[in-house]
Structure formats: structure tokens, C-alpha cells
Design a protein around this ligand. Structure first.
Ligand SMILES: [Zn+2]
Ligand SMILES: [Zn+2]
Length: 192
């Protein structure tokens, strides 16, 4: 063989300081980054600047934000009432004091509301793998009308966003909401 040998450059995971010991040849760490169990998640609470590994974030969230209006508990496999205030537009559901954190958000658009459900978690195997089922019964009109929305794989996000989503939302038209200042959804979260 002639010519110089190219030595593979070995780089650590970007989350090495948070405890990940994996190493990669240059470029591969980018593929790993999103799936890393040590990926840093930002606290989604308004004005909170905390960020940390998902497990630490879950404990932080219940310890610091559990007395807020936007905080509620959920039980896997059963329907939980989730009251979304049209002004606050956000509700955080947590399974237990150090358990997975799920964000239910509503976005006002021209014709109604989009409702999204995301788990704050890295996309690692075994972390925050849920499916969910949303149900909304309109208080408008004499006859009860119920809308449902199911997603077999809840999206996992590390960074919470208040930007209007382009996909994976339930659409509730204004006609169904009436002039109440909150929407009472029912949500059932299941492990996959
Ligand atoms: Zn890693
Ligand atoms: Zn926080």
C-alpha cells in the first residue's frame, strides 16, 4: 500500500460531561446524539432555566413545579381529565414524582385549535415510549359530539417549543369549543 494511512478520529459523545462514555469515529456521534440517554432536556416550565439528563429533569419538575396550575398527574392505561386553559395553552402531566413528563399543548389557529401531546425525553430505546388517545366532547349544542385522536407513537422532544406544529396534532374547530375559556380533554396514555 502506498500513501499515508488515514487514522480514524475518535470523538466522545457530546454528552460526555453528563455521563455518556460512548466514543465514535468522527461524524457518527451526530447519529448517536439524538438517541443518547444522557441527552440534555430543557425544563419546559415557563421562565425556568433548568436543563439536565431526563431523569434529573423529571425529579426537578415535580419538586419545583407541582403546585402550578399547569401540573397534573396521569395514570398509564386510564383516561385522565386534562383541562387546557385557552390562555395558558399548556398542561404538564407526570406519571409519578420522578416519572415521565408529558406536555399537552393547544395552539390557536384561524379555524380552531391544534392540540399536541409530546413526551419530554431523548429518543433512546425504553425511554418515554408511549402511545396516546385524546378525546374531546363538545359542550356546544344539545347533542353531545365527541372527537377522538390516536397516535401509536408519542413524539419525544428534548426542547419544548411554542411554535405552531405542522403535523401530529388533533384539530378542534371553534364551533366545537364555544365561548368557554378552557377545553376539557380526556387523555389516555399507554406504554408501547
Ligand atoms: Zn451519548
Ligand atoms: Zn423547571
Amino acid at each position: 500500500m502506498d500513501g499515508g494511512e488515514v487514522e480514524a478520529v475518535i470523538v466522545p459523545c457530546p454528552y460526555v460531561n453528563f455521563g455518556c462514555t460512548e466514543k465514535f469515529t468522527y461524524g457518527e456521534e451526530l447519529v448517536h446524539e439524538r438517541k443518547c440517554r444522557f441527552a440534555v432536556c430543557r425544563c419546559p416550565a415557563p421562565y425556568c432555566r433548568y436543563s439536565g439528563v431526563y431523569k434529573d429533569l423529571y425529579s426537578h419538575f415535580s419538586a419545583n413545579h407541582n403546585d402550578e396550575d399547569y401540573y397534573a398527574k396521569f395514570v398509564c392505561g386510564s383516561f385522565t381529565g386534562a383541562r387546557l386553559s385557552i390562555n395558558e395553552k399548556i398542561l404538564f402531566l407526570q406519571e409519578s414524582a420522578d416519572g415521565p413528563l408529558v406536555a399537552v399543548q393547544c395552539f390557536a389557529v384561524e379555524e380552531g385549535f391544534y392540540v399536541t401531546v409530546n413526551c419530554i425525553a431523548p429518543s433512546s430505546p425504553g425511554v418515554g415510549e408511549f402511545s396516546y388517545h385524546l378525546s374531546y366532547t363538545t359542550p356546544v349544542g344539545g347533542r353531545k359530539r365527541t372527537m377522538t385522536f390516536k397516535q401509536s407513537e408519542m413524539n419525544r422532544i428534548q426542547r419544548f417549543s411554542s411554535e405552531t406544529p405542522e403535523k401530529d396534532f388533533m384539530f378542534v374547530p371553534y364551533d366545537f369549543v364555544g365561548d368557554t375559556d378552557s377545553m376539557k380533554m380526556e387523555i389516555c396514555i399507554n406504554r408501547r
